[in-house]
Design a protein around this ligand. Structure first.
Ligand SMILES: Nc1nc2c(c(=O)[nH]1)N=C([C@H](O)[C@H](O)COP(=O)(O)OP(=O)(O)OP(=O)(O)O)CN2
Ligand SMILES: [Zn+2]
Length: 120
């Protein structure tokens, strides 16, 4: 098995409406996103073309979240729920008989991140 990874960043605002503390106020982050696909190479020797992975993430994730107010998309936009939202969108587009979305890792700050993957 091969694990193919690409990283992205996006800037967005949110406030945690079900949280009591400073993060219930409107604020922003430069999020870092890491998407990993697992599988076997095709005839071209690629599990997934890095260019294809970039386009899929740009069109289906970054177009919606970059410079957005994430609460308009996800009710309680914790790093956990943002990572799951990203995973659920991407898995439908990436998974086939040869490859599978393995994991989404989302950093909310340089020192705080969540990993989301589905148990087998
Ligand atoms: N489990 C979670 N805990 C917290 C989340 C979350 O999404 N999941 N989110 C927040 C705040 O939205 C935000 O991440 C806190 O950011 P900030 O105050 O900037 O964090 P720090 O200053 O502690 O970050 P450092 O990198 O350590 O400076 C809170 N909790
Ligand atoms: Zn925050």
């Amino acid at each position: 098995m091969f694990y193919i990874t690409k990283e992205f960043t996006f800037d967005a605002a949110h406030n945690l409406v079900k949280y009591h503390g400073k993060c219930e106020k409107l604020h922003g982050h430069t999020y870092r996103l890491r998407v990993t696909v697992v599988g076997e190479p095709n005839d071209e020797g690629m599990v997934i073309d890095f260019l294809e992975l970039k386009e899929v993430v740009k069109e289906n994730v970054l177009k919606h979240l970059d410079h957005a107010y994430i609460n308009e998309i996800i009710e309680q936009p914790t790093a956990e729920y943002i990572a799951k939202w990203i995973y659920d969108r991407l898995k439908k587009l990436i998974n086939n008989e040869r490859r599978k979305l393995h994991e989404v890792v989302l950093w909310e700050t340089p020192t705080s991140f969540v990993r989301y993957l589905e148990e087998k």
